[in-house]
Write a protein that binds this ligand. Structure first.
Ligand SMILES: Cc1cc2nc3c(=O)[nH]c(=O)nc-3n(C[C@H](O)[C@H](O)[C@H](O)COP(=O)(O)O)c2cc1C
Length: 196
């Protein structure tokens, strides 16, 4: 079975990111995936300080929730990264989460992330799609570096109030389809065999 993990990097649990990430998970579930959602605002993720203990086959030195979250990531075939645009970048919650992917940057741990699929969900207030460019680029470069596969992305301009994205049928349909397609791709590529 394909496991999909939705990661919500907005502190607003009922905000636009959450709504659209959940819609991707709904599509994935429709195609038989097992889904799980992680609200980064609910967990403690401290800063990576580059101690590189994780590169020596040990647990991360930080005493927080991330050692538990690594286990959830390891079991996931697809990760949906959802973050609103905050000052043209990802939220601090999402940045701290991705910083901790240094864990996967050693031969021992790289196999735990390599070939996993990713879907991006990025809502923002401005109407100009270019407002999301830096966030998209941040993810594209980081995913490429980690040897992950970008299965799809959905940028949602012009949304401010919590839940506003839900009124846009085209966006909600696209999110649902991305969830369906990501599962189909993971299945056909045999990515599910990479789960440890
Ligand atoms: C601290 C902060 C910074 C933001 N910076 C931007 C920005 O640079 N560009 C933009 O278009 N929207 C910006 N926004 C608006 C959010 O991206 C927008 O409200 C989004 O829909 C919030 O998603 P959420 O409902 O999932 O929290 C910012 C919002 C906050 C709170």
């Amino acid at each position: 079975m394909v496991n999909i993990l939705g990661v919500v990097g907005s502190p607003r649990k009922k905000g636009n990111t959450s709504l659209v990430v959940r819609q991707v998970l709904k599509g994935a579930e429709e195609k038989g995936a097992s889904q799980r959602i992680l609200f980064l605002g609910d967990v403690i993720i401290r800063e990576c300080d580059g101690c590189h203990r994780c590169w020596k086959g040990k647990e991360c030195s930080k005493v927080d929730d991330m050692n538990r979250i690594y286990q959830i990531i390891n079991k996931s075939n697809i990760i949906v990264f959802g973050t609103p645009v905050y000052w043209y970048g990802p939220t601090a919650l999402m940045k701290a989460f991705i910083d901790r992917f240094v864990y996967f940057n050693c031969p021992e741990n790289r196999k735990k992330i390599r070939e996993k699929s990713a879907v991006l969900v990025i809502p923002f207030e401005e109407e100009n799609p270019a407002a999301a460019d830096l966030v998209v680029s941040f993810f594209e470069k980081s995913l490429h570096y980690l040897e992950m596969k970008l299965a799809g992305k959905i940028c949602i301009p012009g949304v401010t109030k919590p839940g506003e994205a839900g009124k846009n049928k085209a966006i909600m349909d696209k999110a649902y389809m991305l969830g369906c397609e990501a599962v189909q791709k993971a299945d056909s590529k045999g990515n599910i065999r990479n789960v440890l």
